[in-house]
Ligand binder design. Sequence first.
Ligand code: HEM
Length: 296
Amino acid sequence: MSAPATEAPPSVAVTTGAPGSDPFAEPDPLRLPAPDAPFTEGEACADPTCSAHADPTRSPVAPPRWPEVDRDSAIGWYRWIVGHHVAVCAWRLLREHLTAAPDTRNPADVVGTSAVAAELYDAYSALLLYSGSCSPEVYAEVIRARMKARHPAFSGTWARDYEHVTSLLAAFRPVADDRLRHALRFNRVVHMGIGRRLVPEGRSLLREAGAHVEDVTDADRDRFDEFFLIDRVAVCARGFAGQTTGRLDLVLADLAGRPADVDYGDDRVNAFQGDLAAPLERLRDLARPAPRRDRP
Ligand code: HEM
């Protein structure tokens, strides 16, 4: 692997002037409670940007600059981190819906939860395509290299929010309707398509390192959070909604200026990629109202 080239960031590297939209600057960390903890009720909210609790007189903090690389690498890396942030937000919303619901004896409850979960899975599929839209070269030389440098077995299985969703889904799946089953299958197809394109030899770092999905530890989960700039702190529902919609605005602005147009050799995936804004705008709608609270 050659070292990433260094060059000055181009002056027109971004599509919007919104804070956090510069692919050469590190985005704000995503602040989230642990997946088994509910949103906090009020003043304990540790999100300094939360519209409900933030100090409006706080002066903005200049984000650190990432190491300089060429423009495609900067964009690929930015999408990898911001795309993962929003995927984590989609998982958190799934967690809210699957925890607060459903009364599985009530068909209306099951249909409603299935429909929202399917939309959230479609949004996750869109975010997989956004996060993984770089070239295989950028993936190998920048993204995979940085994950491998963090840990030789670095893996998506270390994502604690997804792990939590998987167990909630296992309980709900037997009653889920076809729309959700379809969204889950399609998500798998998309994930595999991205894997095949970005890692043609097909082996994840986890498998290359000879590690096993069953052996995930809390240290691995912490490493995933740290790598993807996720801080586990108390956050209220409004703070979460603001972080999610703010990042979605960045993703939608980025895609409007630079649509993802990879050929996956699969008509359904290519067609879905052709309108990533639709599932992402739906995610923004779902994120906007305060998520439902856990049942006592
Ligand atoms: C595009 C962004 C990506 C995201 C958000 C993501 C996320 C995840 C998550 C959450 C898991 C654990 C649960 C599951 O199996 O679905 C996982 C597992 C896995 N991912 Fe991804 N992934 C991405 C890209 C990739 C790429 C580029 C590859 C190429 C090798 C890949 C290969 C795998 C494999 C093989 C597993 C199974 C466990 C393992 O062997 O590590 N994923 N991914």
